[in-house]
Design a protein around this ligand. Sequence first.
Ligand SMILES: [Zn+2]
Length: 422
Amino acid sequence: MKRALVIFALLWFAAVGLLTAGTTALRVGHLIDPGTGTVAANQVILVSDGKIAEIGPGVKIPSGVEVIDLTKAWVMPGLMDAHTHMTFGGLSLTSGIEAIYLKQSSAARVLVGLRNAQDVLRAGFTTIRDVGNEANFASVDLRDAINRNLFDGPTILTTGKIIAPFGGQSMRIPPEQGRFWLYEYIDADTPDEVRKAVRQVIYYGADAIKLVADNSPFFYSLAEIQAAVSEGHAAGRAVSVHIFAGGEPARTCILGGVDSIEHGFLLEDELLALMKEKGTALVSTDFPEAHIAGIDPSGLYFGSAKEFAAKIVDRLKRARRAGVTLVFGTDTVNHLPGKNRPEMMLDYLASWQAAGIPPAETLKAMTTNAAKLLRIEKIRGALSAGLAADIIATPANPMEDIQAIRRVQFVMKDGKLIRNDT
Ligand SMILES: [Zn+2]
C-alpha cells in the first residue's frame, strides 16, 4: 500500500512536471489593455506553448515553473507597425528611389531587412506589415526565415511587390533604359491586369496587397480598385493603397472598398468622413520634420519640411476628429545619424503627441487596431487567454507619457524570451 502511494506520488509529480515544463509565469505590476484603455494592478500571466494560457489577478502559479518578476513594470501586448520597409533604407529623393534598387541585390536587401527586423523586435515591435519596396520578394524570404526559426524576428506580414499603374513609383525614366522598375513593382493598367498582378504577388508569397494609386498624373479607376479588392479579399488578403495626398484618387479607393489608405497626407475632411462611413482605416505614416528633411533635403518632393510636417499633424488631428480608425504605421526608409530603425519608427510618436492623440488611443493604434487591419486579431494584438504571448514591458507608464515605449526593457515573442533588462 505504501509503495503504491509512493509510485502514485512520483507519477503525479512527473505529470505536473511535464505539464509545467514549457510554462512561464509573469508576475505583472501594471497590466495595460489597449483595447479598453484600462490598467489592472497585480496580475499573473501564464505562458505555455507560445500562448497565453491564463491571465488575471487570481491565477495560481504552479510550483516549479519559471517566474519572471515584472511587478515594477508596465506590461502590454507587443507593438505593431502596419507600414514598414524592412529591406529598404538610405532613401534620398535627391538621387531618386531608383538608386537603391539599381545598386542592391535581393540578397543584400534581405540582409538589411534581417538586421532591421531583429532591431525592431528588441525594441518591442512584435508584428510588422511590410508594404513593398523589397526588391524581388526579399521580404518573403525574410519572413520565411524568421518563421522557420532560423532567426529571431517579429511576425512579418508582407505585401511583396507593389502593384501600380505603368511605371511604379518612377516617372520619366528614358525609354531606352527599359522597365527596370519591374524589379520592385508590377505594372497593372486594366482591371484584368490588376487581378493578375494580385494573383502573382499572392503566388510569390504575399500576405496582403499593396497598390500605389496616385504617384502619376494617371490614377487607378474605380473598376481597377474594385478588381484588386475582390481578388484580394477572395484570397483573404487585406488591400492597402498608397495615396500620397487625397482628392479623387483617394475617393476612388475608399469607394472601391480598400481596407486602408496609407499616408493620405492631405486627405480632405469630406474624404475622412467617407472613410469613417466605409470603415476604411488610415495608416497615417506621420513623418516628423527631421525625417522629411532627411529623405528630401532639397525639398523637391515635399517642399518645406517644417510646413509639410505641420500639414501631416493637422491631417492626423482631423482624421481623429472624423472618427477614422487610426493604425500606427511609419514608413521609415532612411536613418538619421546615430539612430537605428526602431528609434526612427518611434520618432513618429512625437507627431501623434503634436496632434493631441491621447496615449491610450496611440497604443490602440499600435495594437488592437493594427491587428484588425492585418486580420490577425484572433491570433495576436491583445493579452488574453489563447492569444500569442507577444508581451512587452516598460519601466514607466505609457498611458501617461507615450514616450515610455521608447524604453521597452522586456520582450517576449510567441512565448520566447527575447530580452529582459528589468
Ligand atoms: Zn511606404
